[in-house]
Design a protein. Structure first.
Length: 100
């Protein structure tokens, strides 16, 4: 998200049947560190929570994917620099499946 243009990522999702928890690992653009975290799934809403540290400061990231129908995903990425007291939307959009 630091630069405009094309970005690609590969995400692996996993489920732990013993704990009932979902998690993910994402490999992003070349040179970027992989990111990992947990996912909460409630109906058609998936919520991802993660964080990163830069210059001694922690930023929380919350991403939501809402699957409004079988071919539409509404996504939002919000960031908090005050441990979740306030959130700012930094990216949002709609993705449409165009093929199977």
């Amino acid at each position: 998200m630091a630069t405009a243009g094309d970005h690609r990522q590969f995400t692996v999702y996993s489920y732990d049947s013993k704990s009932g928890n979902y998690s993910y690992t994402t490999l992003s653009d070349p040179g970027a560190k992989p990111s990992t975290g947990g996912i909460t799934i409630k109906g058609n809403l998936w919520t991802y929570d993660s964080s990163f540290n830069a210059n001694g400061k922690t930023t929380l990231i919350r991403t939501t994917n809402e699957f409004t129908d079988t071919k539409t995903e509404v996504f939002k990425v919000a960031a908090s620099e005050d441990n979740g007291a306030h959130w700012k939307i930094v990216l949002e959009g709609v993705a449409h499946k165009i093929a199977d």
